[in-house]
Design a protein around this ligand. Structure first.
Ligand SMILES: [Zn+2]
Length: 322
């Protein structure tokens, strides 16, 4: 019975998507949707959408898998909590959580994921990395205080995340300057190294990240409009670049200050000699013109380009760089 309901729900979803004019999605072909990633090192897209629910996707969120364990979560937008579970990721195995910026579609499920940790056996601290603030945005530390401060926090009942009390895993909060022009070390352990640099995202303090693991490089643009050459340099030769694809080529100046146009995406991927380009943070306004956007990107970058869907896994190909 349940199976049949799910099947009908799925069929109705596809029908509705077609009627809604999301024909562009059909050119994505069959999606490799799976729980977890089997490759020794891989990136999984938990949320491939943007801030509007009409793209039928979770908002931003990504996992780095190493030997079958989810070790790093980057961003936690709405819906990522659900996808985290669907991916069979476990709170216990996370070595760190890194947030690109504090727009709601990148961070609203952070509290939900931390709450789930209450039910885990985790005792070791959990590094949480994010940008410094500005007058308009809190920094990572102030954001965590707003959530978990024992007296004023919205979820003060989980204040143990700030001080380690109540058996909760203490959050080791690290702020990286959003104005950093050169790559900063954000986190490192025996398994991987995470570096970060400030990127331009309108007035929003924002970071781009690169993960180096076993000779591979996974890059995450976060949201950026107008490229920081130091981000391009930091991700040089990346095996995978997960890039925000949120606007059409004819985007107005406000949108283009927040997100790269397709031509800028293509130029960035080419300049950084990226091996594979994964388009994420997809929005209806970019998906509706996906063939056109892909063609524009291909005028500059001729490597493999994939428009991501939720739960897709990407593994590096070819030899690791020496
Ligand atoms: Zn944003």
């Amino acid at each position: 019975m349940l199976r049949s309901i799910e099947w009908h729900a799925s069929r109705r979803f596809r029908f509705r998507m077609t009627v809604a004019g999301f024909a562009a999605l059909s050119i994505l072909g069959p999606h490799v949707v799976q729980a977890g990633c089997n490759a020794p090192v891989a990136v999984q897209v938990l949320g491939s959408g943007g801030p509007v629910s009409d793209d039928a996707r979770a908002s931003s969120g990504y996992l780095v898998w190493i030997d079958g364990e989810a070790r790093l979560l980057i961003d936690a937008g709405g819906g990522v909590f659900l996808r985290f579970g669907e991916a069979k990721a476990r709170f216990d195995t996370l070595d760190a959580i890194a947030i690109t910026h504090l727009h709601a579609d990148h961070v609203t499920d952070l509290a939900a994921i931390l709450k789930s940790g209450f039910f885990s056996d985790r005792k070791r601290p959990l590094p949480i990395i994010g940008p410094t603030g500005s007058p308009a945005f809190p920094g990572m530390r102030a954001y965590m205080d707003a959530l978990f401060d024992a007296r004023r926090g919205a979820y003060r009942y989980l204040s143990g995340y700030l001080d380690g009390s109540g058996g909760l895993a203490k959050a080791e909060i690290a702020e990286i300057s959003a104005k950093s022009e050169k790559p900063q070390k954000a986190f490192a352990n025996a398994a991987f190294k995470l570096s970060s640099v400030g990127v331009m995202h309108g007035p929003v303090p924002a970071l781009g990240y690169v993960v180096e693991v076993r000779g591979r490089k996974f890059a995450f643009s976060g949201d950026q409009g107008g490229d920081n050459p130091d981000f391009t340099a930091m991700i040089e030769g990346a095996d995978i670049l997960v890039m925000d694809h949120a606007v059409p080529e004819d985007a107005g100046p406000v949108e283009a200050a927040l997100h790269d146009r397709p031509s800028e995406i293509g130029k960035l991927a080419k300049a950084a000699h990226v091996r594979k380009l994964v388009l994420s943070h997809n929005m209806a306004r970019s998906l509706n013109v996906l063939p056109k956007n892909l063609a524009t990107i291909a005028e500059h970058y001729t490597g493999p380009t994939v428009a991501a869907d939720d739960l897709m896994c990407f593994e590096p190909e070819g030899d690791a760089k020496k």
